[in-house]
Design a binder for this molecule. Structure first.
Ligand code: PHE
Length: 458
């Protein structure tokens, strides 16, 4: 039954690239990248990030899209088909199962933060930030997140938007959304970066982001960079594999992978160039964690004459980035249900969205009624973790590296060079193909294993 569902294919290369870049560009770029860059040595971190992403995340991204195109199905069924065709063990289906479950779980809590972005967009346009000092901004954030009903409400709206897109399928849903939203995202981002460059904090922000401070570089910096690269280019959660399944035979996957990784990195750097000049213009500390964009940034916005427009633009940007990532997390699960449960897309999108919403309640409550509930407190690394923290830690530190490692091993070792070259549409003797194979066989697995070792030691 599984093999009978024939999915739509992308109507153009542009549509595929917008969807894939949309998946890559998300909360990871706009919220996380800027502050970890500042904390880890600025330009030195950016350099390390570029190198580790090019050597580890990018080859895995190429492999993942390739496996999707070979299988032409959602990750679970694609991996089953590809392993069978290559005469390999059924065990490799684990790549599909792990990434689909991972996508589902990440979607459930990503949506809670996506909901915050929507609420903050509304705060911004209603002028709530005006005249706020540090304490008032912190109070606003604390009061909002402490209100379970509010957090659930906006989580519901966020999931609703995603279901509302995915339910229409590839052409009328995902493609239509990304071809409108991604250009909007670039315009907003570039516009804001230009504005930020005219503010007094600009010079300080440039120093903070780009100054090479090797004294802040430790071995942890490398691991942070590898982990961030993984999450940021969207590998190992089935999103890119699913998008790869909708790709035509003649599309150049390696070139697409490079474009996606470069666009993703540029957006991350630009996001830093938007946020930090504003923050530094008022002498505020860079701050970290959710505090940077949900507490510190609003203070600045409230002081600027253009705060309402700028705040609205920023939180709209955040919503767009989060939605185009979240649909890529919902799609693997929805297409799997279509194939394996034999249900129509409308039913599958609504049911899977509802299920992710339900699981997401645990994360929504982690900031209020269940903030003291630490479900796995018996296990050392989960000791003081809420449901939200535990799900985030399990998916980004356990599921993603494991699946990433398995993808590298499968693509590099279980498939012959000829099979991989044919799947990538290249001559097996081409220099770049040999380079990719070297990275996927040796460098990427070692890089991923090092994240594990470090997490185990941490
Ligand atoms: N890349 C997205 C971000 O930066 C998150 C994501 C990871 C989305 C994996 C899909 C798959 O926020």
């Amino acid at each position: 039954m599984a093999a009978q569902v024939r999915h739509e294919h992308w109507s153009s290369r542009f549509a595929f690239l917008m969807a894939a870049i949309g998946s890559a560009v998300g909360l990871g770029n706009i919220w996380r990248f800027p502050f970890i860059t500042g904390e880890n040595g600025g330009g030195a971190f950016i350099l390390i990030y570029l190198v580790t992403t090019a050597l580890i995340a990018l080859p895995i991204l190429i492999a993942e899209v390739m496996l999707g195109r070979m299988g032409q199905q959602s990750p679970i069924n694609a991996m089953r088909a590809v392993a069978q065709k290559a005469g390999r063990s059924k065990f490799w289906v684990i790549i599909g199962i792990g990434s689909t479950l991972g996508a589902f779980v990440v979607l459930s809590y990503y949506s809670v933060i996506g909901g915050w972005a929507i609420r903050y967009f509304l705060y911004a346009i209603s002028g709530t930030f005006s005249g706020m000092d540090n304490a008032a901004s912190k109070d606003l954030f604390d009061a909002f997140t402490a209100d379970a009903g509010q957090v659930v409400l906006w989580h519901t709206v966020f999931i609703g938007i995603n279901v509302g897109i995915v339910i229409w399928g590839l052409h009328a849903g995902i493609e239509k959304a990304v071809t409108i939203l991604m250009p909007l995202l670039f315009i907003l981002l570039v516009g804001m970066a230009v504005y930020s460059s005219t503010t007094p904090g600009f010079d300080k922000a440039v120093t903070f982001l780009f100054d090479f401070d090797f004294s802040r570089v430790t071995s942890i910096t490398f691991l942070t960079a590898i982990g961030q690269g993984f999450f940021s280019v969207s590998v190992a959660l089935g999103a890119m594999m699913t998008y790869g399944a909708y790709l035509d035979k003649n599309e150049n996957i390696a070139r697409a992978g490079i474009i996606i990784a470069i666009a993703d990195t540029l957006v991350a750097i630009l996001a830093g160039m938007v946020i930090f000049p504003l923050v530094f213009s008022y002498g505020l500390a860079a701050g970290s964690g959710p505090g940077l964009i949900f507490v510190t940034l609003p203070i600045t916005l409230g002081k600027l004459g253009t705060g309402i427009e700028l705040g609205a633009a920023f939180f709209l940007l955040l919503i767009v980035a989060a939605v185009t990532s979240a649909i890529s997390l919902l799609e693997p699960v929805v297409s799997w249900a279509e194939e394996s449960l034999g249900v129509k897309r409308k039913v599958s999108a609504a049911a899977m969205g509802a299920a992710a919403w339900f699981v997401g309640l645990g994360s929504a409550f982690s900031f209020n009624i269940w903030s003291d509930f630490h479900p796995l407190s018996g296990i050392h690394i989960f000791a003081d973790k809420t449901i939200f923290d535990a799900l985030d830690l399990t998916s980004t530190s356990l599921v993603m590296p494991t699946v990433g490692l398995l993808i590298a091993l499968f693509a590099g070792w279980a498939l012959s060079a000829e099979t991989a070259a044919e799947a990538l549409n290249v001559d097996p003797n081409a220099a770049w193909f040999r380079w990719w194979r070297f990275l996927i066989r040796y460098v990427a697995p070692l890089g991923v294993v090092s994240i594990f070792v470090a997490n185990g030691l941490a």
